[in-house]
Design a protein around this ligand. Structure first.
Ligand code: NAD
Ligand code: IPM
Ligand code: MN
Length: 351
């Protein structure tokens, strides 16, 4: 079997708790599927920034480039401004490795009641396809007149035809493969340049995927529909910021932000892809061993799938589902009192 080299970046806060949990699950599944996974762990984090003045070494991306995949926990600490930590590590990896697809599946599991009325297990099973390298997260702009009455800040959203086309194409193809529908989230009634441009590109691509039913929805109304009728969605494609917000909302519909996984994909496989839970470093619960490791474990499963081991990936997601459906073991975010390790042990015992 091929040998896969994985770069582990636990990062900050609960990232350092959920990544070891995900690794334990990977190791257990590797034995059963005769996979050879080797890991190198990097301490790139806010702690490193406070010690050495940088989130990662100058040649950090060069180092990561040699790996088959990256598994990341979370980045961010109350002691370091977020724009420093995130633009010093997370965002450079996404952009440097052209991970322009951020795939964020959502599922209501049996045994995890959704806070949303009528959101039944099995019925809610969709995926947010988030544009991951451009859009509202633009670097063009600036701040003027700091501290003066005329103080202002400007940030340009940049949407390129190449960037929008490739994410929309990915989303249509995914919807076709799932035999499902595509929903495109925009705000073309209020944002006059970028969003109508996005809508036009969606309509152009629709012609090439006649078997996929599609709709466009205004993001405000769509947010309400996520709560009122989450079962109607299948593939939802959105810009960088809208996809970010929708994916936390969707995770909450499924019961907790702690369960949502993400795959930052470079579909061309020129560069390594990165897998990470949707949640952040959760400083409010860090250090107590109670973080929900499900998002990280599911992210690790997405990594195995990306590396060509679909059966091993399904084995993990089946064990997660079984743990929730057949045992009372849950972390506090899901109303239980189990630790990160206890939930992880339960998943491993059901592999
Ligand atoms: P957060 O996701 O860290 O936390 C939001 C809330 O959800 C908190 O109450 C937290 O306790 C809870 N939560 C999150 N993950 C959980 C888990 N696995 N189990 C149980 N509860 C969980 O978001 P935030 O508070 O907005 O951000 C905190 C820090 O994380 C900031 O520095 C932010 O920039 C950073 N962040 C990093 C990433 C990333 O690295 N990908 C993502 C989001 C936020
Ligand atoms: C996420 C996070 C990041 C994002 C932040 C921390 C920059 O919220 O991965 O969802 O917005 O991409
Ligand atoms: Mn987010």
């Amino acid at each position: 079997t091929p040998d896969h080299r994985i770069a582990l970046i636990p990062g900050d806060g609960i990232g350092t708790e959920v990544i070891p949990a995900a690794r334990r699950v990977l190791d257990a599944v590797a034995v059963r599927h005769r996979l050879s996974l080797t890991y190198d762990t990097f301490d790139w984090s806010c702690a490193r920034y406070l010690r050495d003045g940088a989130m990662m070494p100058e040649d950090g991306l060069e180092t990561l480039r040699g790996y088959d995949a990256i598994l990341l926990g979370a980045v961010g600490s109350p002691e370091v401004p977020d724009h420093v930590s995130l633009w010093g590590l997370l965002i450079p990896i996404r952009r440097g490795f052209q991970q322009y697809v951020n795939l964020r599946p959502v599922r209501v599991f049996e045994g995890v009641p959704s806070p949303v009325r009528g959101a039944e297990p099995g019925a809610v099973d969709f995926v947010v396809v988030r544009e991951n390298v451009e859009g509202e997260y633009g670097e063009i702009g600036g701040r003027l007149n700091r501290g003066l009455p005329g103080e202002l800040a400007v940030q340009e959203a940049v949407f390129t035809r190449t960037g929008v086309s490739r994410i929309v194409d990915y989303a249509f193809t995914l919807a076709g493969r799932r035999g499902g529908t595509l929903t495109s989230a925009t705000k073309s009634n209020g944002i006059i340049h970028t969003m109508p441009f996005w809508d036009e590109i969606v309509a152009e691509h629709a012609a090439g995927h006649p078997q996929v039913a599609w709709h466009q929805e205004h993001i405000d109304a769509l947010a309400a529909k996520f709560v009122l009728d989450p079962a109607r969605f299948d593939v939802v494609v959105a810009s960088n910021l809208f996809g970010d917000i929708l994916s936390d909302l969707a995770a909450a519909v499924a019961g907790s932000i702690g369960i949502a996984p993400a795959a930052n994909l470079n579909p061309e496989r020129v560069f390594p892809s990165m897998f990470e839970p949707v949640h952040g470093s959760a400083p409010d619960i860090a250090g107590r061993g109670i973080a929900n490791p499900l998002g990280a474990i599911w992210s690790a499963a997405m990594m195995l799938d990306h590396l060509g081991h679909a059966a091993a990936a399904t084995r993990i997601t089946d064990a997660i589902a079984a743990a929730l459906a057949t045992t009372p073991v849950r972390t506090p975010d899901l109303g239980g009192s189990a630790t990160t390790d206890a939930f992880t042990d339960t998943v491993i015992s059901l592999l």
